[in-house]
Design a protein around this ligand. Structure first.
Ligand code: NAD
Length: 303
């Protein structure tokens, strides 16, 4: 069955170049009306005055699609609100939001200024929160919404020199989990993409042969599935070079320490605490509380 987005309206942030451009073009090609957002900045977030968003709109229109550009700085809540208001004015609905805009300010933590830390958190975390917050009431009212947040291997696994970026990208997981829980009753599905692609962000980091394999076009189909009508929710989709995998968070079965709970007792049972045998994926924070209360009650012989 082919996946189409006719009559759907999508906002893609940071869609002037790179992955965002590719997502926007693909959504439009399959029928969506697309808001191509881009502030026009260099990788470090400094303004370039680029009209890349207009160029993407022109490309979409030339292919017979519908698009509009919006230059909101996603880290500014009022600008994100304005983008959403203009989208509602023009097309009357917002079905899809792909949060993709991003920058880098890499330095070792020892050398990083807190301004650089905050700037990256502002663009990635607050930028995503601002856009989600602006579309949320419209999606709730429509009882339909598909949202993608963009994380990174840095956020999931860490990367030298990216404490700001890694922290902001890991935050996507937390935001996704809660928006998934809160959005479920209104059919708002929220997923996270962890891409690895050849773009200006990564062009200096990898050899030519690797870059040739890691084209953004090899990732975008995964995003289109995530935002489709029958797409999943609360999935971290890791993707690159045509490879797709799900990243999941598990908790080990763990132990209840008998007797006095001391640091020595924790040390003595470390192997069991960290034993992956029987690990499970918890569905919410209370799932964790319930698990410990149940384990403790069983150990104490309480029903
Ligand atoms: P890119 O630099 O090619 O494109 C990012 C776009 O975001 C640019 O057009 C830029 O102008 C725009 N932008 C930046 N700040 C903005 C703001 N405040 N408001 C609006 N637009 C803004 O980057 P890319 O490689 O295509 O990355 C896209 C997303 O994927 C980013 O969130 C990035 O962190 C993430 N990511 C990329 C890779 C990769 O391998 N390329 C890996 C992991 C995660």
């Amino acid at each position: 069955m082919s996946i189409r987005f006719d009559d759907r309206v999508a906002i893609v942030t940071g869609a002037g170049v790179g992955l965002g451009r590719c997502h926007a073009l693909a959504l439009a090609e399959r029928g969506a009306k697309v808001v191509v957002n881009d502030l026009g900045v260099a990788t470090d977030g400094s303004l370039t005055g680029s009209d890349a968003a207009q160029n993407v709109v022109a490309e979409i229109e030339a292919a017979g699609g519908a698009a509009m550009a919006h230059g909101a700085d996603v880290s500014d809540a009022a600008q994100a609100q304005d983008m959403v208001a203009k989208t509602m004015d023009r097309w009357g609905r917002i079905d899809i939001l792909v949060n993709n805009a991003g920058i880098l300010r890499d330095k070792t933590f020892a050398k990083m200024s807190l301004d650089d830390f905050r700037k990256v958190v502002d663009v990635h975390l607050m930028g995503t929160a601002n856009c989600c917050h602006a579309v949320w009431p419209h999606m709730r009212e429509a009882k339909y919404g598909r949202i993608v947040l963009t994380s990174s291997g840095s956020g999931l696994y860490g990367n030298f020199g990216q404490s700001n970026y890694g922290a902001a990208k890991a935050a996507m997981m937390g935001l996704m989990n809660v928006l998934h829980i809160e959005g479920a009753r209104d059919d708002i599905r929220v997923n996270t993409l962890a891409p690895t692609a050849a773009t200006r962000m990564t062009e200096d980091l990898m050899p030519e042969e690797a870059l040739a394999l890691l084209k953004p076009e090899t990732i975008t189909p995964g995003v289109l599935y995530l935002v489709s009508e029958n797409g999943p929710s609360r999935t971290i989709l890791s993707a690159g070079a045509g490879c797709f995998a799900q990243t999941r968070v598990y908790e080990t079965e763990g132990v209840r320490i008998d007797g006095e709970v001391t640091p020595e007792a924790v040390a003595a049972q470390w192997d069991q605490i960290t034993d992956p045998d029987g690990q499970e994926e918890l569905q919410d924070a209370f799932g964790q509380t319930r698990k410990y209360a149940r384990k403790a009650a069983t150990a104490e012989g309480i029903k």
